[in-house]
Every structure is written in structure tokens, then in C-alpha cells.
Design a protein around this ligand. Structure first.
Ligand SMILES: Nc1nc2c(ncn2[C@@H]2O[C@H](COP(=O)(O)OP(=O)(O)O)[C@@H](O)[C@H]2O)c(=O)[nH]1
Ligand SMILES: [Mg+2]
Length: 316
């Protein structure tokens, strides 16, 4: 099964082993990953939920609780944890190990941890391709948990249909996500650890913030839900909110946010393709050769590279 289309066929047929191997291939990148991407047919009905928020906010624990709940509604789930430290962090992928085992034994759930080291940085290529593979494999819902620090968390909006922001209570006067620019990309907000006393203040604060931000009456109103994964409260309402956003999207496919996401996704796809073909071109090797020269002007080199590339006959 060295050929991309044979592998894709197995994935489409629901072969978990083929899917796992494909994800490893995707993570490695290169021509084989590219061939596979072309053969995979994602399903239109797949919903991608991006789960973001600061480290320790409770994302992993909530992802597990939410997944367990969504399974009771008969939907299948693929979980991708974007973990920059290790491509396979084994049992430590999700916060609550015991409950994770409940998920791990379920044939309607596929869990995978992926290193966030796209060849050209960011959440880009590998994650988008992994989502494509899980969708092709037939998972109804894909949950994408980011690590909670930096660019990949805002970039999650490029690949997710619904962005779920997890904010934990009592992190001081300021809501952590404002600084990180995460509030703007959130479609649903969960205040985690609502078993704690200080959760209510955070809930009120976020509701007030959201009201100020979204004055537009026919836009989606961002729900702010109090949840406790440990006490198992608020999970049903959160699942309702997340799934309702998916339905809302289906009815408003041409909204300004969706359009922005599609533009960004197109830019990202182009970036990957352009850099990929550029790096395979001889002009790239020429540029690399001059890169180490003293006083090398990178900007000028990039422009020269592009000029040379345009002058090169393109293979199909
Ligand atoms: N009290 C309380 N603690 C929680 C809850 N959910 C998660 N935690 C704790 O918060 C910490 C971080 O959780 P984790 O899910 O790993 O956060 P992540 O870094 O955002 O993925 C862990 O020690 C969890 O046990 C909750 O509902 N209530
Ligand atoms: Mg986590």
C-alpha cells in the first residue's frame, strides 16, 4: 500500500490502521503526503471544532467530557491534539486519563496527537491534511485541541468551523484570552472549572465582554457557558451550543466570518503549494547557495528568487 490512492481507499472504507499510518505520513510531509492529500475525499458534513485557550485552562479535560457526551448523541469523533513537544505523547494526550480510556476503547472515536511543526511553521499543512483524513474516514465531528500558547491558537480559526474558547476562572482581573486575541475568534466560550467559587465572576465578565463585541443583531451570538468537566455540569448545554453553531453556519454559509475564514484558508493553501513547488525548483538551490554569503540581503534574495522562478518553465 505504498500508493496514495490505495491508502486513501482503505481510509474511506474506515480502516483505522490505514488512517493511523496516513496521519504519520502526513506528519512527515513531502511528496507522499501530497499524493495522499489529493486522493482523500473529505465529507461535506464533517464539523471541525477547534478548542483553544491558555495552557491549564482545562481544554483536554473538557475535550474528553464533551467527546463522551457527543458520543451519546450517536456522532463519531476524531480528536487531534496539537502537541509541539511530541508527536506521540501516548496516554498523556488528554487531561483526565481514566475517562480517556473510556474514549480509547470506543470504535466511534479516533484519538491522535500531532506535533505542530509544519514544514513552513504554524498550524498549517499537516493539521489541515489530518483533518481532511479524519473527514474522509467518516468522522462526524473533529475536535482539534491546540496547545494554548501562541499563533496556532488564533490560526485554529482557519481550519475550524466552530472555535470553542476555554477560559478558566480566577486568572486575575483580566481575562487571559483578550491578550492573546482569542476572544475575537471564539464562536462559543466555556468557562471551565465552574465547580469553583470564582467561576461566576469570570462568567459575568465574559458575558459582558461578548455583548459589547457582538452588537450586530443578525450575527451569531457567542454563548458563554459555565462548565465543570469534573462535576460533569454544563456539558449538555455546551454541546448544544457547539452543535447549534454548526447548524447556524449551515444556514449562513456566506457570512462575513465564514468568508474571511475561507480567504485565509485559501491563502494558507496557496502558501503551502507555492513554497512546496518553489523548494523543489532549482532556483531554490541557487538561493540557498547565496544565503550564507556575508551581508546577504534576505528581502532582495526573496525577490530575486521569485523573478528567477517566474522565468523558469513550470512543470505540470
Ligand atoms: N476544579 C476543576 N479542575 C479542573 C476541571 N477541568 C480541568 N481541571 C484541572 O485543570 C488542570 C488543567 O487541565 P487540562 O485539561 O490539562 O488543561 P489544558 O492544558 O487546557 O489541556 C488539571 O489539573 C485538571 O485536573 C474542572 O472542571 N474543575
Ligand atoms: Mg491539554
Amino acid at each position: 500500500m505504498s500508493d496514495g490512492s490505495a491508502r486513501a481507499q482503505a481510509i474511506h472504507a474506515g480502516d483505522r490502521r490505514a488512517l493511523a499510518q496516513a496521519l504519520t505520513l502526513i506528519e512527515r510531509g513531502g511528496p507522499a503526503a501530497k499524493a495522499l492529500r489529493r486522493s482523500l475525499v473529505p465529507r461535506a458534513q464533517t464539523r471541525v471544532i477547534g478548542i483553544t485557550g491558555a495552557p491549564g485552562a482545562g481544554k483536554s479535560t473538557l475535550t474528553t467530557a464533551l467527546a463522551l457526551h457527543i458520543r451519546t448523541r450517536g456522532l463519531t469523533i476524531g480528536i487531534l491534539a496539537i502537541d509541539p513537544s511530541s508527536p506521540l505523547s501516548g496516554g498523556a494526550i488528554l487531561g483526565d486519563r481514566i475517562r480517556m480510556y473510556d474514549l480509547a476503547g470506543d470504535s466511534g472515536v479516533f484519538i491522535r496527537s500531532m506535533a505542530n511543526r509544519g514544514r513552513y511553521g504554524g498550524i498549517a499543512g499537516a493539521t489541515a491534511d489530518a483533518i481532511r483524513a479524519l473527514s474522509a474516514a467518516g468522522y462526524d465531528i473533529i475536535m482539534l485541541e491546540t496547545v494554548g500558547a501562541g499563533q496556532s491558537d488564533v490560526a485554529v480559526a482557519d481550519v475550524a468551523d466552530t472555535v470553542l474558547l476555554v477560559e478558566s476562572p480566577g486568572m486575575g482581573d483580566e481575562v487571559q484570552s483578550i491578550k492573546a486575541g482569542l476572544l475575537e475568534v471564539a464562536d462559543v466560550i466555556a468557562v471551565s472549572k465552574s465547580d469553583r467559587q470564582d467561576a461566576n465572576a469570570t462568567l459575568q465578565q465574559l458575558r459582558a465582554l461578548v455583548q459589547m463585541q457582538h452588537a450586530d443583531s443578525d450575527a451569531w451570538t457567542v454563548p458563554v457557558c459555565g462548565v465543570s468537566a469534573i462535576a460533569n455540569t454544563g456539558i449538555t448545554a455546551l454541546a448544544d451550543a457547539v452543535l447549534a453553531h454548526g447548524e447556524w453556519l449551515a444556514m449562513h454559509p456566506a457570512g462575513p466570518r465564514q468568508r474571511r475564514r475561507r480567504i485565509v484558508a485559501l491563502q494558507r493553501a496557496l502558501e503551502i503549494l507555492l513554497l512546496e513547488s518553489l523548494s523543489l525548483s532549482p532556483v531554490w538551490q541557487d538561493a540557498l547557495a547565496t544565503l550564507d554569503q556575508p551581508n546577504c540581503d534576505i528581502e532582495a534574495l526573496a525577490e530575486q528568487l521569485l523573478t528567477n522562478w517566474r522565468a523558469t518553465p513550470q512543470p505540470n
